[in-house]
Design a protein around this ligand. Structure first.
Ligand code: GLN
Ligand code: ZN
Length: 566
């Protein structure tokens, strides 16, 4: 106010969640106070990501000048709010997608805007992106490596601002050439042969009940797996990646720049795999991994190998506040035309007598961490990715890999904001995991991994995944998260992380031992695994070696104690 602002926007995405009575009351009090204290300021409340739902009456009753609605994710709420919007309140219509990278469908947006103008008059209607543009890359203009056909379907932040301007011009000046051009881009995408793959569509249609479940029950599988893969009590393993050193990153860079032939690159990666296998063997780990040295990122790596994905050169977006990622763009029917991981896993397995765990990113995580198609439901795109991952699982099995891990760190993150929408998501997300994993023989052990996650309210779905082993992040919570599994009497095997990989600190044997004892008190000991919280790619070698050696020692001590007690 002191600096002369007329308008102030307050972001309130909390308004699209389930609110308790006292929370609603807090809104009324807070905004009442604000508006009384700053009568000159026009406040705009921005809601986004989902519908205001049953908070619509609350939101529109607040003493503010304008209310912003996400009409990309929840267009129907316009019908609900128009009859009750107070006199003089301005509506800001979020018609441009702030979270995805597709060109706007002008006809659809204009229809919504005109509906609002008819009721409120043009002075009381604003046109905006659905949410902040933080979630999309900055500028499409610099993407000179993208297929021009695909590029013509996209809009990044800068282009989205221009779209707002164009929509305004179409409405104001009836500049139909802009509309015609937009329609043509839309048509080109709908009809493009790049998007549609008949074989993929047939395969998806052919998925049936048989594909949703393993051949036998977990108890049956566990017996067969124990007969085939001999492991001690409290088997030790890791989550997949080993330190991504500068040397490893340099290899990838050199390959990209053409300074290394793919043969040289392959040999260097194999050398890294060989040495990490020997190291694990010697350290006494029971289930080994190949180290994931060939992967830039757990989603990008798979996207680059699958059909239906495109990549940007500069399409960085912020993730988790401090990190940046370059999500792939899923534009078409996803399919797998070649092996993605088999070569590396097979090579690793050839270097040891111990089992090597194959390592894949799961369909839900690939979906969550990509820009996805907006021309079909999320669940359908998930099923396409699922079938591609299933094929890779089967190829690994065929190549002699007996243990396969399908990582789903983003499983919980995919939940809708409102509880009433959860079940629908959980149903298809669980189905995706089951279809991806259920094709293998009983003797093949399927693992999954999830990062920091609350399990209490989704434990039934976690159990429904029916993974033979799940590894989770539990060390920072001192095994508290295991409570959900214990209360549920979770039947399958579980590896609660015994040390925090986000810190360089080397945990002592005693610390890990006491965590493992806690876990043993909660769950049947014959179902427990010993592993770190997550992958080790951000760690240095020195601390990794020491930590894992201590972890193996802790497992040995516990084994001795338990056998003694039995
Ligand atoms: N397998 C992956 C790794 O070890 C899992 C990473 C994750 O859960 N985010 O890096
Ligand atoms: Zn993790």
């Amino acid at each position: 106010e002191k600096n002369g602002a007329d308008w102030i926007q307050l972001d309130e995405p909390f308004l699209v969640t389930d609110l308790a009575y006292r929370q609603k009351e807090a809104y009324i009090n807070a905004y009442g106070k604000l508006s009384r204290q700053f009568p000159q300021i026009k406040f705009l409340i921005a809601s986004y990501f989902e519908s205001l739902g049953n908070n619509i009456a609350l939101a529109s009753s607040l003493p503010v000048s304008a209310l912003h609605l996400d009409l990309v994710n929840a267009p129907q709420q316009l019908n609900e709010i128009l009859p009750i919007v107070p006199k003089e309140m301005v509506l800001s219509l979020g018609v441009i997608n702030g979270r995805n990278i597709w060109k706007n469908d002008y006809s659809r947006s204009i229809k919504l805007i005109k509906q609002a103008i008819n009721k409120l008059g043009r002075e009381r209607v604003m046109i905006a992106p659905s949410s902040s543009l933080l979630h999309v890359p900055v500028d499409l203009d610099y993407e000179d490596k993208l297929d021009p056909e695909i590029k013509n379907w996209l809009a990044f932040s800068k282009q989205k601002l221009n779209e707002i301007n164009e929509i305004y011009r179409i409405i104001e000046n009836k500049d139909d050439s802009l509309l015609t051009k937009n329609k043509a881009a839309k048509k080109s995408r709908e009809l493009s042969s790049l998007i549609h793959n008949e074989i993929v569509k047939q395969n998806t249609a052919a998925v049936s009940k048989n594909d949703f479940a393993r051949k036998s029950s977990f108890a049956e599988r566990q017996k067969k797996q124990r007969a085939k893969i001999s492991l001690p009590l409290f088997p030790t393993t890791t989550i997949g990646s080993f330190p991504q050193t500068d040397d490893i990153r340099r290899l990838r860079n050199k390959l990209k720049k053409g300074e290394l032939t793919s043969e040289q690159y392959e040999n260097d990666i194999k050398a890294a795999i060989e040495s990490v296998i020997y190291w694990q063997d010697e350290a006494g780990l029971d289930v080994l991994v190949h180290g994931e040295f060939e992967r830039n990122d757990m989603v990008e790596y798979f996207g680059e190998m699958l059909e239906g994905f495109a990549f940007t050169s500069n399409g960085w977006v912020q993730s988790y506040g401090s990190r940046c990622v370059k999500p792939p763009v899923i534009y078409g029917d996803v399919s797998r035309s070649k092996d993605m991981t088999v070569k590396w896993s097979k090579f690793a397995q050839s270097k040891t007598q111990k089992p090597v765990k194959g390592m894949l990113t799961g369909p839900v995580t690939i979906l969550q961490w990509s820009f996805i198609r907006d021309d079909q439901p999320r669940s359908e795109t998930a099923m396409l990715i699922t079938l591609a991952i299933r094929d890779e699982v089967l190829a690994l099995e065929k190549a002699g890999i007996q243990i396969i891990q399908i990582d789903e760190p983003a499983f919980r993150e995919g939940l809708p904001l409102r509880k009433q929408d959860w079940q629908e998501y959980l149903d298809w997300a669980v189905k995706a995991f089951r279809v991806a994993s259920a094709g293998v023989q009983d003797e093949t052990q399927i693992h999954t991994h999830m990062c920091y996650s609350e399990f209490n309210d989704i434990i039934k779905s976690i159990a429904d995944l029916d993974a033979d082993v799940i590894t989770i992040e539990t060390s920072r919570s001192q095994m508290e998260l295991l409570g959900a599994f214990a209360n549920f009497k979770y039947p399958n095997e579980i590896g609660p992380g015994v040390y925090d990989i986000h810190s360089p600190r080397v945990p002592t044997v005693d610390e890990m031992l006491s965590l493992l004892k806690k876990a043993s008190a909660l769950l049947p000991v014959q179902n427990l695994w010993v592993n770190p919280d997550c992958g080790l790619k951000t760690r240095k070698w020195l601390e990794t070696e020491e930590s894992l050696k201590n972890m193996v020692k802790a497992a040995l001590i516990l084994r001795r104690m338990t056998n003694f007690n039995v």
